[in-house]
Design a protein around this ligand. Structure first.
Ligand SMILES: Nc1ncnc2c1ncn2[C@@H]1O[C@H](COP(=O)(O)OP(=O)(O)O)[C@@H](O)[C@H]1O
Ligand SMILES: [Mg+2]
Length: 362
């Protein structure tokens, strides 16, 4: 069977007159690590709650393992949810916290014991069974929450910013651990985060959300290299936005006039002449040189206005004209190559610059 693990069809949710999830359609594959990424308030948690059955959609359909789940109570869905706040019972020890769901299902102690051993070893908590939550570190508490969600063997695990409360170093470790665990168990993970780096590191595919809508779905490198809209390009990584007017179009290439400077970029036709467009280019795609390059056509001159040394690379602000300053990042092969006030040549391979789609109306 190659039916989807989870499918959302035109899912919408409003609270009163306030639309929070808008016409979301997604197909998530079995065993996929799928992330919902977007700024705070864009509707990620609400989407997960609809999936888990804690809320009912205003319209649209939810399919889990091929069956319509609308109206089914949370316990009847083959999904489990892990929250950011671990929501552990403080008066129960690790064993009791993890066994709680199984006891509610009236499983016997002899049935529960091997399941507990298996899941606690999976999340590396063996030996800590009798500790109480307050005797555990943040990372260990999160692993208890994970064990509790995994012990019932759901086919889909929903994770709502599960690492949000951890410090950076621990968060990075847990990212790798979660990813390994997901691979090993081959469970579908639907992972909510507002952290772009986390989504890029962990996901097979990402859906970027803005104001309740999914604005782009793709693999991490697709989202980063070919952002569909200005919102996506801006939210994920750093981007230069250059406003100009179309001079000519030779699909897939577009020539754009930017205050008298002509630049080539990749664009999707049809684009009529003189139309105002925005070119997006990542700072690390722009090269800097002291000398004119005879082989490059997309080449300009500029003045280094500012530079910030960042260790592995340096971030430059380069002025091309009165109105146009670009951010450029260069690896520090030779960290003293350019100085403030230097006249430089800069440019980029045309495929690295992209004419953005007009924004979907919010
Ligand atoms: N039960 C509710 N009643 C009214 N508004 C809500 C409710 N739950 C969420 N919202 C609103 O929906 C929007 C999206 O919230 P949420 O899904 O939590 O976003 P995210 O998880 O992406 O930060 C927010 O504006 C929030 O205030
Ligand atoms: Mg949320």
């Amino acid at each position: 069977m190659d039916e989807s693990s989870v499918e959302l069809k035109n899912l919408s949710k409003q609270f009163g007159a306030h639309p929070v999830v808008r016409d979301v359609s997604l197909q998530i594959k079995r065993g996929e690590f799928f992330s919902l990424l977007g700024p705070s308030g864009c509707g990620k948690t609400t989407t997960l709650r609809l999936l888990a059955g804690f809320d009912n959609p205003s319209s649209g359909e939810i399919f889990i393992n091929g069956s319509l789940a609308n109206g089914a109570p949370p316990y009847a869905r083959d999904v489990n949810l892990v929250f950011q706040s671990y929501a552990l019972f403080p008066h129960m020890n690790v064993y009791q916290n993890v066994a709680f769901g199984l006891e509610m299902k009236k499983l016997s102690r002899s049935q529960i014991q091997p399941m507990l051993e298996e899941v606690l070893s999976l999340v590396r908590l063996t030996g800590l069974e009798s500790r109480f939550p307050k005797q555990l570190s943040g990372g260990q508490q999160q692993r208890v929450a994970l064990a509790r969600a995994l012990v019932t063997h759901p086919s889909v695990l929903l994770l709502d910013e599960p690492l949000g409360a951890l410090d950076l170093k621990l968060r990075k470790e847990m990212q790798l651990e979660l990813k390994k665990l997901q691979r090993k168990l081959n469970i579908t993970f639907i992972y909510v985060t507002h952290d772009q780096e986390e989504a890029l590191t962990m996901s097979d595919r990402i859906a970027v959300m803005d104001h309740g809508r999914v604005v782009q779905v793709g693999r991490p490198e697709e989202i980063y290299e070919q952002p569909a809209t200005r919102f996506v390009a801006d939210f994920i990584g750093e981007t230069n936005f250059i406003e100009g007017k179309i001079v000519s179009c030779d699909p897939p290439w577009v020539k754009v006039d930017v205050q008298g400077i002509q630049m080539s970029a990749l664009g999707i036709p049809p684009y009529e002449k003189s139309r105002e467009v925005v070119i997006a280019i990542r700072p690390e795609k722009i090269w800097l040189q002291k000398e004119h390059s005879s082989s490059s056509e997309n080449q300009f001159t500029g003045l280094i206005e500012e530079l910030v040394y960042l260790g592995t690379d340096t971030r430059y602000l380069v002025r091309l004209s009165d109105e146009l300053i670009l951010t450029v990042r260069q690896q520090n092969l030779d960290h003293s190559a350019f100085r403030k006030g230097d006249r430089v040549y800069l440019g980029w391979p045309a495929p690295c610059a992209q004419v953005l789609h007009p924004e979907t109306e919010a």
